[in-house]
Design a protein around this ligand. Structure first.
Ligand SMILES: Cc1ncc(COP(=O)(O)O)c(C=O)c1O
Length: 412
């Protein structure tokens, strides 16, 4: 039989369109020609002067790595110090309680992206759908299609711009009954792109729904992407309180918490993250570990050795950890100052924005279908998404904010 395409049938549809990284490149190119270009596309934390926000303690750990810690292949499961360090950091003051209540396993992945992608691949049948809000970080769609699954959305907001618990519940039951499985993805707190933080009550309601679905003898998986948890405006201690709601999860439910070393440590290029599987059932965790290990090897072999070692060193050396926490406050302050000014300017210009409670992005709803073109012709680069534009305050200097808001108001 003659093959008429170099590309496999299942891959014919693939074309990376209006991709975030691509738009960023365009903005950078134009910035070289014109002084007034404002680039608010990059989801990486930058200083006011435009250089990336580096942690001194990360630099110190990186440069102290031995040859073995830098060059050798890393073990598929990482080291115990890495996984326990990540667990302690992610769950904070609730880590010990969760250790008592749950079985768990930590699988290192190539960034949070690798963690979401592995989870999609292993915890769905082909052609099934993952439930997530209608406003989402667009690569989720790529991870889904690449895993032979798709996405199904519920309305993120109600009419008061609050998390829409009712629609979540409605779509969760609908999807679960249709396909005999419910796999949910929530990016919280400090949502990308909207900056939403769900309340404790929202989380309790979500978990109640997951339990009710599971009571129908339907497998339930919660993928909880916490990429921006360290950049919530509330103090670090409180950002972890949402995990206390996990306590009520039914025994057979699997929660997969997605950790990103990129955001937490500004180690964007190192590609380190983790899938933290937690469940009250040992059998569920054994399955999580079995398929996770296999997929790491089968999909990307193992994770960056130097990247994991930097994280391990910081988490296992008390004075390094203390320094890291201090530096993180400086990073958070950059975002706080930019958000405060953005909100003030938006108020002045009567510009409606989604409620912001933390993270790298502020979003503005828009009906203008040509908003990207209109703004880029005016030398402003933002990311157009589902009915909104996303402004990366992570890489935006304070001095550019008043002009940016004025131009957004003009075109919105
Ligand atoms: C919502 C969200 N999840 C996960 C990630 C994963 O990032 P990485 O793969 O670099 O850890 C990102 C990065 O932009 C993100 O915005």
């Amino acid at each position: 039989m003659m093959q008429n395409s170099i590309v496999g049938k299942h891959a014919q549809y693939k074309k990376l369109e209006s991709n975030i990284l691509q738009i960023s490149q365009e903005a950078k190119a134009l910035k070289k020609q014109y002084d007034d270009v404002i680039d608010a596309t990059v989801g990486m934390l930058h200083h006011e002067q435009g250089n990336v926000f580096k942690f001194g303690v990360v630099e110190k750990s990186l440069h102290a790595l031995s040859d073995n810690e830098t060059y050798l292949y890393a073990p598929v499961r990482g080291t115990k110090k890495f996984s326990e360090g990540v667990f302690d950091w992610v769950f904070g003051k609730h880590a010990d309680t969760l250790r008592k209540q749950f079985k768990y396993s930590v699988i290192p992945t190539t960034g949070g992206s690798g963690a979401v992608s592995n989870s999609f691949y292993n915890f769905n049948d082909f052609n099934q759908k993952v439930l997530l809000p209608n406003i989402y970080w667009s690569p989720y769609k790529n991870f889904a299609l690449e895993a032979n699954i798709d996405l199904h959305t519920f309305l993120m907001y109600d009419e008061n711009y609050k998390f829409n618990v009712e629609d979540f519940r409605k779509e969760a039951f609908k999807l679960a009954q249709e396909q005999g499985r419910l796999c949910v993805l929530l990016n919280d707190p400090s949502n990308n792109p909207t900056g939403l933080c769900m309340t404790m009550d929202n989380w309790r309601d979500v978990i109640k729904t997951l339990n009710e679905v599971n009571n129908l003898n339907i497998p339930v998986i919660l993928i909880h992407d916490i990429a921006y948890i360290d950049y919530q405006l509330t103090p670090v201690e409180h950002s972890r309180d949402i995990f206390t709601t996990y306590e009520d999860l039914n025994e057979e439910i699997l929660a997969i918490v997605v950790f990103s070393g990129s955001k937490t440590f500004s180690l964007y290029g190192f590609r380190v993250g983790a899938q933290i599987g937690i469940s009250k059932s040992q059998e569920v965790i054994d399955n999580f570990t079995r398929v996770g290990d296999y997929s790491v090897r089968g999909r990307f072999s193992s994770v960056s050795q130097p990247g994991m070692n930097i994280i391990e060193k910081i988490f296992s050396t008390p004075e390094y950890k203390a320094q890291f926490i201090e530096e993180l406050c400086v990073g958070k302050q950059l975002l706080k100052d930019r958000a405060a000014l953005f909100l003030e300017e938006a108020k002045k210009h009567d510009l409606e924005i989604y409620p912001y409670c933390g993270g790298f992005f502020i979003s503005i709803p828009t009906q203008n279908k040509t908003i990207f073109k209109d703004l880029s012709e005016d030398h402003v680069f933002v990311i157009p998404m589902q009915g909104l534009i996303r402004v990366a305050i992570s890489s935006l200097a304070l001095k550019d904010i008043p002009e940016l808001v004025r131009k957004i108001k003009k075109h919105i």
